[in-house]
Design a protein around this ligand. Structure first.
Ligand code: NAP
Length: 303
């Protein structure tokens, strides 16, 4: 088996940490990138080389990408940035510049379902532009990996569950949504990187074992945390925006999130490929809810 060197962005994040560990297990060399050197230490003890700094810094990325066989490129959510859109655009540009300068041959780019749309899709818009930026780099083999809604997103609702015994967004309660566990995403990406066979510019959509509505997912999660009556409430777009702002989000981010939820409701964000078995992770919402429950209890204890 050929052993490669990979640069993994967001190595302390949901996908990045699973992916780094998976690639190390397969015997590859990994340069794990994150913004916090202390949080990266655990990966260092597992054999990764670590690099820390801000992903808007193209020179840091160039250093990490130089002489790598492939890069896992990733734009952080930017939920704490003063201006989320500016942060995501600056990061995307820094990534593209560093890839071109380091003459990287293979990039597995984390994108999202809905990135086929150039506008009206909230934070996914930048992922559309990033796909285009990377497609314009000469001699680059790039696979745009477009996963569905992360099951881990439900962790954002923990304060609402604790304070008001409900999960509430503007997403329709009976709209089936492709939900997927980030550990399954990491596993699939590790297979693509281990083989390194993709050529040109391609797209790959990836979902969970079955689509779920917000109401169904809320029921499963409620049962796992001992709240079988936990309710999902569909809010109006205005109510949803106000609720997010009240919870501490900036007006800009709340607007972008509502725009994305509206695009789901209007069936604009939808799959464009046939979801055969290779496009599906194995983790069910029932299995994920056990992990959710552990995190919920830890947070409850700490509060
Ligand atoms: N959420 C979804 O449903 C969904 C669906 C499809 C695609 N996506 C895409 O997936 C991306 C990741 O989402 P996530 O919520 O799962 O992220 P996450 O795993 O929580 O990852 C954040 C990672 O980025 C690092 N980071 C954050 N800001 C940084 C900065 N300024 N410079 C360097 N590193 C920084 C974090 O470091 P620390 O550990 O130090 O914080 C962490 O490693 C999103 O941005 C989105 O584009 C999301």
């Amino acid at each position: 088996m050929t052993k490669f060197t990979f640069a993994i962005m967001g190595a302390t994040g949901h996908i990045g940490h699973h992916l780094t560990e998976e690639l190390l297990k397969k015997g590859h060399q990994v340069r794990a990138l994150g913004r916090d050197a202390r949080k990266l230490q655990e990966l260092k003890t597992k054999g990764a080389e670590i690099l820390s700094g801000d992903f808007t810094d193209s020179s840091l990325l160039f250093k990490a990408f130089k002489e790598c066989n492939a890069v896992f490129s990733f734009i952080p959510p930017g939920l704490n940035a003063d201006d989320m859109e500016v942060f995501r655009e600056k990061t995307a540009e820094a990534i593209a510049q560093a890839i071109a300068k380091a003459r990287v041959s293979y990039v597995l780019n984390l994108s999202s379902i809905g990135a086929n749309l150039s506008s009206g899709n909230g934070p996914i818009k930048e992922l559309h532009h990033q796909e285009e930026r990377l497609n314009s780099i000469e001699n680059l083999n790039v696979l745009h990996f477009r996963p569905g809604f992360f099951m881990e997103n439900f962790q954002m609702f923990i304060p609402s569950i604790k304070n008001s015994e409900m999960i509430a967004t503007a997403i329709e309660n009976d709209l089936p949504i492709p939900m997927v566990a980030t550990s399954d995403i990491a596993l699939k990406i590790s297979e693509f990187l281990d083989a390194l066979k993709f050529t040109g510019s391609t797209v790959f959509e990836f979902v969970g074992p079955r689509d779920m509505t917000m109401a169904e997912a809320t029921k499963v999660i409620g049962k796992a945390i001992g709240k079988p009556d936990l309710k999902y409430t569909q809010l109006s777009y205005e109510q949803a925006e106000e609720k997010m702002i009240a919870s501490g989000m900036t007006h800009q981010i709340a607007k972008l999130m509502v725009e994305m939820h509206r695009a789901f409701n209007e069936r604009k964000i939808r799959l464009t490929q046939q979801m055969t078995a290779e496009h599906k992770g194995k983790t069910t919402m029932e299995e994920f809810s056990k992990i959710f429950s552990q995190i919920y209890n830890l947070i409850k204890k700490a509060a």
